[in-house]
Design a protein around this ligand. Structure first.
Ligand SMILES: [Zn+2]
Length: 410
């Protein structure tokens, strides 16, 4: 039987809403279709929530903190329980959504096999330089030597277009002279490919397959290995992009990655359950003169997402900011600096690991407009020293007192 997770991955929230004439889209804030209040928000085309406590969506006994495609059917009266919701969604899946998904994943798999053979035939210098030598056996990467590589290997132009690997210029494929990473869903189905250019002059360093939900930015690289890593390690590193992820795999450490910093982690909350997530994003900051000067570029974007994940799941999240040393920006620079010494890397992580609150405090303070995020992060802390720090701040800083008073008034 197809699992609830597989249905959720294959069928976007907005599609279910459209099929059943429920007036919501899968993204952003709006009016709640169940109580008519403007306190409704949907995220990532997967979850929705109405923030009005009296809303019927908050009184169901399903135990979900946020609604998904299953509760949407229950909230809207189309299904009475999980089982009947499952059979409606199964019909939607069989009626098109799922078949398209399956056809695409199987076509992408054959294409990736061809790229994989090319990577073995032309060992790629770029990977050697990144320290990625052995990991590629267990965690394969592909390579495309030319813009007609797939056609030269017998793939039709139509099948290339259907997989989101064509360009506007007929006969020219999306990937040429690129290392290619396979992106799977949690059920181990290949759903996207992302190619990194090996041409230093290229304007578009990263290119991904398009035309298919979920978008690449909604995916988590290596998510298909989480179940195995749960029992083997109990923790996993979360990095910015798959190249840093490969550097850690090379050391024999479990690592997943978001695609840059436009990520949606909440969507994968179930897959993370039972794991300790150790986030390592780049340590570079905005230049002086920029409106966010001095602030960490990636962390300011990613931390709200990590806080949301923490609040909607029981995932234990820690953060490690790479050492502030010239020449070290990301995990790969760092590993090069310490000559790929795994113990040294782990010792540093162990001693410098911070809670979400401590990280929020370090990257946002003391800017008053970031107080709400620091307070949100404090909700997740289980450490009394974090709360003491918050107490000191509030009592010693009139901006904080003002913020809290305003917060109470509105
Ligand atoms: Zn509502």
């Amino acid at each position: 039987m197809i699992s609830a997770e597989q249905l959720k991955e294959a069928i976007p929230l907005s599609k279910v809403a459209a099929e059943l004439n429920i007036p919501i889209s899968g993204h952003g804030n709006g009016t709640c279709p169940f109580c008519d209040h403007k306190s409704f928000s949907a995220r990532g085309d997967v979850f929705y929530k109405c923030y009005r406590p009296a809303c019927p969506t908050n009184n169901r006994s399903s135990g979900f903190k946020s609604g998904d495609i299953f509760t949407l059917l229950i909230d809207s009266g189309h299904a009475t329980d999980f089982r009947s919701a499952h059979s409606i969604l199964r019909r939607l899946y069989d009626g098109g959504a799922g078949r398209q998904y399956e056809v695409r994943t199987s076509n992408l798999s054959s294409i990736f096999q061809a790229y994989r053979r090319a990577a073995v035939a032309h060992p790629v210098d770029y990977l050697e330089k990144r320290g990625v030598r052995y990991a590629t056996g267990t965690y394969p990467l592909g390579y495309s030597p030319s813009p007609t590589f797939l056609q030269d290997n017998g793939f039709t132009w139509q099948s290339i277009l259907d997989c989101g690997l064509g360009t506007k210029r007929e006969g020219y494929e999306l990937f040429s002279n690129r290392v290619i990473a396979p992106i799977y869903d949690s059920a181990n189905r290949l759903i996207h490919l992302q190619g990194r250019s090996l041409d230093a002059e290229s304007d578009l360093r990263w290119l991904s397959t398009t035309q298919h939900q979920p978008n690449v930015s909604e995916c988590v690289f290596n998510i298909q290995h989480l179940d195995r890593w749960k029992s083997e390690f109990g923790f996993v590193f979360l990095t910015e992009g798959w190249t840093d992820c490969y550097s850690l795999l090379e050391l024999g450490l479990p690592a997943i990655a978001t695609f840059g910093i436009q990520a949606n982690l909440l969507r994968h909350a179930r897959a993370f359950e039972g794991l300790r997530l150790i986030a390592i994003y780049d340590n570079d900051t905005f230049d002086w003169g920029h409106s966010n000067q001095g602030q960490y570029k990636s962390w300011t974007q990613m931390l709200p997402e990590l806080i949301r994940l923490d609040q909607h799941s029981s995932v234990e999240i820690h953060c490690v900011i790479p050492p502030a040393r010239s020449g070290i920006k990301d995990v790969n620079d760092w590993l090069n600096y310490i000559e790929w010494d795994k113990d040294r890397f782990l010792d540093y992580c162990e001693s410098k690991m911070k809670t979400l609150f401590q990280t929020a405090f370090e990257i946002y303070s003391p800017q008053p407009d970031q107080f709400p995020l620091i307070v949100e992060a404090a909700k997740s802390t289980r450490r009394s020293e974090d709360l003491d720090q918050l107490r000191n701040l509030i009592t010693q800083n009139s901006d904080w007192l003002e913020f809290i008073l305003n917060h109470v008034r509105t």
